[in-house]
Design a protein around this ligand. Structure first.
Ligand SMILES: C[C@@H](N)C(=O)N[C@H](C)C(=O)O
Ligand SMILES: [Zn+2]
Length: 231
């Protein structure tokens, strides 16, 4: 079906304090353009996952930290567009920024899935950011470039930026600085406490378990949130 199932929600309706930087709805992603199926910059998830994220957010608040989501439910048409993107000629500037040490073909399946858990509705890409921190746009530098206390988008330094397709993004990769290790552990502990499991290739990718739709890959497009919310 083309419409959002009843047990999917807009994260904004469950917890408007969680920051959303929905990269695939705009040009600041590895493809350089808005991705098919993302008709609005909104995080959509199955309700259980959204409610669990709200609990993670509450646990971070005393530390003056907030979650920031980059991707949530992903329609299968978007996944298919990633596969099509991989067959197009490589843009050297995009490669230098997002996958400096791998060729496009090598990104599948570890860093980009041809059938993604995101399409099942309980998976999301997330980082942690100080509450009230400035939110400058991404700079387009190499995603594996050294970071100070913060990544270029103001979030906590995790060793790479979001969607950095590189071994340095592997959650337990060697060679991180102590603060990067601490920040990844902080995210991981907060998420695990509410039932999220990390994907070891990408420090930002988490799935809430058990999944309500373990075998269903949805393709409804993400539409603007109805005014007044869905609750
Ligand atoms: C593309 C990246 N954000 C991601 O989510 N990768 C995993 C492997 C996926 O595509 O499911
Ligand atoms: Zn992901």
């Amino acid at each position: 079906a083309d419409s959002m199932p009843e047990d999917f929600v807009y994260l904004r309706d469950v917890d408007p304090s969680i920051q959303q930087d929905m990269r695939y709805a705009g040009p600041h992603n590895f493809t350089g353009a808005p991705v098919p199926g993302y008709g609005a910059p909104e995080c959509v998830l199955v309700r259980q996952a959204a409610e669990a994220l709200k609990k993670v957010q509450a646990a971070l608040k005393p530390k003056k930290l907030s979650l920031r989501v980059y991707d949530c439910y992903r329609p299968t048409q978007a996944v298919d567009s990633f596969v099509a993107w991989a067959k197009e000629p490589t843009d050297p500037a995009a490669k230098a920024a997002w996958y400096p040490r791998l060729d496009k073909a090598a990104l599948f399946p570890d860093y980009i899935a041809t059938r993604s858990g995101h399409s099942r509705g309980a998976t999301l890409d997330v980082t942690v950011t100080p509450i009230g921190a400035a939110d400058p746009p991404p700079e387009g530098k190499s995603c594996i470039a050294p970071q100070d206390a913060h990544a270029p988008d103001g979030s906590l330094a995790m060793g790479t930026t979001f969607d950095c397709f590189d071994t340095k993004a592997n959650t337990d990769t060697p060679g991180l600085t102590p603060i990067e290790i601490e920040n990844r552990a902080l995210l991981s502990a907060a998420m695990q406490a509410q039932g999220f499991a990390n994907y070891p290739f990408e420090w930002w990718h988490y799935t809430h378990q058990p999944e309500p739709y373990p075998d269903t890959y949805f393709d409804f497009p993400i539409r603007p949130r109805p005014s007044g919310g869905s609750e």
